[in-house]
Design a protein around this ligand. Structure first.
Ligand SMILES: Cc1cc2nc3c(=O)[nH]c(=O)nc-3n(C[C@H](O)[C@H](O)[C@H](O)COP(=O)(O)O)c2cc1C
Length: 176
């Protein structure tokens, strides 16, 4: 059986970590397509139980400062703070994925809403890949840091992690 080109392209998606990402990141038109793809993920009752916050360009130093403070609070010292700040500045685009789960929904339990969030992340990263960008979803201790979570979330929301995207310095194999 011949593999359809779209499926062939999907099967070549691997995560590409932030240290392998360089400018340019997706432009506004490409980002709109990636968001449209996210919104095409299965979503019971069309709740859209998530939102994305983009961090790029002039917004990156603010996130770097937050990361540095979180590193100091975690006892990583100035060297660790500088490293974490650098990690925030490196990827051309960071997309904070914020889940807004309705725990009291009469039809759609929380686990189905979380599944919808996962589908949206997957579609978003796959669209980035199909547009020629590398990308990777990361979470780690930072998403549980109160100051970082408060910078992105309203009450009742959860900072799930951050998707990073940009042009990739290496080929199409997994680069973490
Ligand atoms: C919500 C979410 C959070 C993640 N957080 C991390 C993380 O903090 N560190 C990590 O190494 N991988 C994390 N991953 C997994 C990577 O994004 C990636 O899927 C994994 O390294 C496998 O690589 P692949 O996508 O090339 O198969 C996370 C995935 C998801 C969906």
């Amino acid at each position: 059986m011949n593999c359809p080109p779209a499926l062939d392209a999907l099967l070549t998606r691997y995560s590409v970590g932030p240290k392998h990402l360089v400018e340019p990141g997706p432009n506004d038109e490409e980002l709109a397509l990636m968001v449209q793809a996210a919104l095409r993920a299965p979503d019971h009752a069309e709740l859209v139980p998530y939102r994305f916050k983009l961090v790029r360009g002039a917004a990156k130093p603010g996130m770097a400062a937050l990361f540095a403070d979180a590193a100091r609070a975690a006892g990583k010292g100035e060297e660790g703070a500088a490293l974490d700040a650098e990690r925030a500045l490196k990827p051309p685009l960071t997309v904070a994925v914020i889940a807004r789960i309705d725990l009291g929904h009469p039809q759609v339990p929380a686990h189905e809403q979380w599944a919808a969030v996962g589908g949206a992340i997957s579609n978003f990263l796959t669209a980035a890949h199909l547009l020629g960008f590398g990308g990777k979803m990361l979470s780690g201790a930072k998403v549980r840091n109160p100051a970082i979570a408060a910078a992105f979330c309203e009450p009742g929301e959860t900072l799930l992690g951050a998707g990073h995207a940009g042009a990739q310095t290496c080929g199409s194999s997994s680069q973490t």
